[in-house]
Design a protein around this ligand. Structure first.
Ligand SMILES: C[S@@+](CC[C@H](N)C(=O)[O-])C[C@H]1O[C@@H](n2cnc3c(N)ncnc32)[C@H](O)[C@@H]1O
Ligand SMILES: O=C(c1ccccc1)c1ccc(O)c(O)c1[N+](=O)[O-]
Ligand SMILES: [Mg+2]
Length: 214
């Protein structure tokens, strides 16, 4: 029953956010991370860039790599049209347990499927086990050395439709040099960098948005 940062974050949500109100969950987490304990959520500044990409795309089937406490899961799910769904992958069971409660507190659980396990094993199972044809949107925010191998895996498994959008967090800090080099030099993608800051800090960071051309 040792207290951990994710458990303290969850307690802050249960104390300060209103059940069924995703925006109150998002602001309770941002307040906690700004005033109590920094945590590796995408945050409010990069979060609003994420919001605009999702809102413009209106994705029917989305994939999130790296759930943690469910902050970006709630940010994405709250914007999805009825019937749309978000599959989010998390291999740390303690983080997944907290995320499930955050996602339920926000009331977006019906749009979200949280799957526990490593992305490298789960991506090849997306079609048969999860009934996915292709993804319209992928948010990459797991360990940074997995961005490129998992992107190649998505390509090889035929999981990206023409026009699918990949949005990658932390391309500056902590940085994803191999992924950036690949995606910016590939003729199969059209990429754009959105400059921002590392969540809750003044350090430069940003998101790379890449459209799969098929
Ligand atoms: C930065 S946190 C995710 C933050 C979350 N997207 C947000 O903005 O609220 C990264 C998470 O990815 C998970 N992770 C890292 N590599 C993974 C992998 N290969 N498969 C599944 N989960 C992974 C870690 O356990 C951690 O919870
Ligand atoms: O890698 C870290 C990290 C490294 C060192 C200490 C704390 C976090 C990190 C920092 C900001 C992020 O937005 C993020 O997604 C991550 N991450 O773990 O995936
Ligand atoms: Mg991140």
């Amino acid at each position: 029953t040792r207290s951990t940062r994710p458990k303290r974050l969850l307690r802050a949500v249960q104390k300060n956010a209103t059940r069924g109100d995703p925006l109150s969950v998002i602001s309770a987490i941002d307040h906690f991370c700004r005033h109590s304990e920094w945590a590796m959520n995408v945050g409010d500044e990069k979060g609003s860039i994420l919001d605009s990409v999702v809102s413009e795309l209106n994705p029917n089937t989305s994939l999130e790599l790296g759930t943690y406490c469910g902050y970006s899961t709630v940010r994405i799910a709250r914007l999805l049209p009825p019937g749309a769904r978000l599959i989010t992958l998390e291999f740390n069971p303690d983080y997944a347990a907290v995320a499930r409660q955050v996602i339920s507190w926000a009331g977006v659980q019906d749009k979200v499927e949280l799957v526990e396990g490593p992305s490298g094993d789960l991506i090849p199972q997306m079609k048969e086990r999860f009934g996915v044809e292709t993804f319209d949107f992928v948010f990459l925010d797991h360990w940074k050395d997995r961005y490129l191998p998992d992107t190649n895996l998505l390509e090889e498994c035929g999981l990206l439709r023409k026009g699918a959008v990949l949005l990658a967090d932390n391309v500056i800090c902590p940085g994803t040099p191999e992924y950036l080099a690949y995606i910016r030099n590939s003729p199969r993608y059209e990429s754009r960098y959105f400059q921002s800051h590392l969540e809750y800090t003044k350090v430069e960071d940003g998101l790379e948005k890449s459209v799969f051309l098929g």
